[in-house]
Design a protein around this ligand. Structure first.
Ligand SMILES: [Zn+2]
Length: 552
């Protein structure tokens, strides 16, 4: 029963359901629109991996809701009405400078094929969503403005601007004396440079100036004008806009990075405005009196991911070097309030993550038993909600990433050869088309791991040509014994070969360490290597025999 589940997304789904049942306003919203899990992003440049955590959280909660029979959707909005206030590095500054201060939806795309600057950066990440199993409805904030969805809230905000000033005063100690509306300048098309100074509620007209000195990143044209604030002629300042989206869209769940949830932060302002001006209960994890908690940082490779600081690695970039499926698993398995600092570079962390995924999968299919009932339920839920695509009916064939990395290196990164070897050595059963796809995927992941992340001790390649190695008599005898064993061993069985290797070591009064060191020196030119018996069988007895014969 999901209600009893200890899994974080089930708990959030249950809490939201309970919240809605207490709030008549929300009951009405849900009846009409279903449960809306909402997230938004300013497409001002490459979006950082940290935001990916938010997307996975909202998607997972929406999935959990649906599995509880709730009609739920995850909607992600592109804040494309926001002004361009910086030029992303790598772009032609001269070309984009004239657009500074304009709504990002009106700035041209740096790459052909996208309607605008905003659309390009938004889709740059969103195009990867299917790989992550993220089911989402994408929308643009400008569309809501143009459709008039925000009109009632623009009217309320302008009529109540003194109350909004009071809210700022209470939270910050000083009032924000600007009218809560930024028109798009009728002359130069900029939105970052305008300030409204008068609201005529009767004529429903806002008077504004486009100031050359309002911000230091864009220069207004000096135009003075008046404009109806409705239907896309301008926007609400973002904290007010955040509050307006909740009733306009019908949001019941929206979380964000914990930096927004600090005391006096953007979320608190939005909560006050939503509940006091728009009379809408702020979405979970906030309510009218509590800010709640945002999700923790997600970093890959050590650096803090923060769009505002402009550091860290892009969501799309990361999804092209790491498997989206395994990243989803990591994010689903970890509670949103725990920091994730995932560093795959030069560590075995990725190996451990794959092992953990495989274990969760075996538990789900009953191939690995665990006694603890709670843990069993938890692992099953993690599997269901982190699996990308249709759940398989049976346990898929898997090989551990570490083993796959040995196989792929031994077969010179040739997937076809690797699969053939796996079948010849009896490491996998005969593979059907679908099963082959699982193994191929794992071999690809392993080859990417070896090439991009693996610490030096996991990398090796079988020598092409032998080199003479000076060895003591004991070792030479032992290697001769190994050659004999290889020719006489009738079937290629790893366990038998391993037993043989240890008996050879013992018979020749050697330390295991020195024998292995000699073998690895001959075979891979290093003093360490993968599990010897397994490696010999994958490299091929003939090749190994030849190398040893020529080296001693
Ligand atoms: Zn202007």
């Amino acid at each position: 029963m999901p209600e009893e589940s200890l899994f974080w997304a089930d708990q959030i789904a249950a809490a939201v359901k309970e919240r809605v049942s207490r709030e008549p306003v929300l009951q009405k919203v849900v009846k009409e629109k279903g449960y809306i899990c909402y997230d938004e992003k300013t497409p001002s440049g490459k979006i950082h991996i940290g935001s990916g955590r938010g997307w996975i959280i909202h998607d997972t909660v929406a999935k959990a809701m649906r599995s509880m029979g709730m009609r739920a959707r995850f909607i992600l909005s592109s804040d494309d009405m926001d002004p361009m206030d910086a030029i992303p590095s790598g772009l032609d500054r001269k070309k984009f400078l004239p657009f500074m201060g304009m709504p990002m939806k009106d700035v041209p795309s740096p790459v052909k094929g996208y309607a605008s600057f905003a659309e390009y950066y938004f889709m740059d990440s969103a195009e990867k969503f299917p790989d992550f199993g993220i089911e989402v409805v994408l929308e643009r904030t400008s569309t809501h403005y143009e459709n008039g969805d925000f009109n009632p809230y623009i009217r309320l905000a302008l009529d109540n601007f003194r109350k909004i000033q009071e809210i700022y005063k209470k939270l910050y100690g000083k009032a924000n004396d600007k009218l809560p509306f930024n028109p798009i300048c009728g002359n130069c098309g900029k939105i970052g440079t305008t300030a409204a100074y008068e609201w005529d509620g009767e004529r429903e007209i806002v008077k504004y100036t486009c100031s050359p000195h309002l911000v230091d990143w864009a220069k207004g044209c000096g135009h003075q004008g008046e404009i109806s604030p409705y239907n896309g002629s301008g926007k609400l300042p973002w904290k007010v806009e955040w509050a307006a989206k909740w009733p306009a869209v019908g949001v019941v769940f929206e979380t964000a990075g914990k930096d927004h949830f600090s005391k006096g932060g953007a979320r608190e302002v939005a909560i006050r405005i939503a509940s006091e001006i728009f009379n809408y209960p702020p979405p979970y994890p906030s309510d009218r009196s509590e800010i709640g908690k945002g999700y923790e940082f997600f970093t890959v490779g050590g650096a803090k991911m923060s769009t505002s600081k402009g550091v860290g690695v892009g969501f799309r970039e990361i999804s092209e070097i790491l498997s989206a499926k395994i990243l989803r698993y990591l994010l689903v398995r970890t509670r949103p309030h725990a920091v994730i600092d995932f560093d795959p570079y030069g560590t075995n962390k990725l190996l451990l993550l794959y092992d953990s995924y495989d274990r969760t999968e075996r538990i789900y299919f009953g191939a690995e038993k665990i006694e603890n009932e709670k843990e069993l339920k938890q692992e099953k839920r993690i599997y269901e909600l982190s699996h990308v695509g249709k759940l398989p009916e049976n346990l898929p064939p898997r090989i551990p990433l570490s083993f796959a990395s040995m196989v792929i290196q031994t077969t010179n990164f040739d997937i076809g050869k690797a699969i053939q070897k796996l079948q010849e050595t009896g490491k996998t059963r005969k593979l059907g088309k679908e099963e082959k796809a699982y193994i191929t995927e794992r071999l690809n992941d392993a080859s990417s791991w070896v090439r991009k992340f693996a610490p030096e001790q996991y990398r090796f390649s079988l020598r092409e040509k032998s080199e003479k190695v000076r060895l003591e008599a004991g070792l030479r005898n032992a290697l001769a014994d190994l050659l004999h064993a290889l020719t006489s061993l009738p079937d290629e069985e790893e366990e038998k070969l391993e037993e043989k290797i240890y008996s050879i070591i013992k018979r020749n009064n050697l330390e295991a360490k020195e024998f292995f060191r000699a073998c690895y020196t001959i075979l891979v030119g290093k003093d360490h290597g993968p599990k010897l018996a397994q490696f010999i069988l994958f490299a091929g007895k003939e090749k190994v025999t030849k190398l040893i014969e020529e080296s001693i």
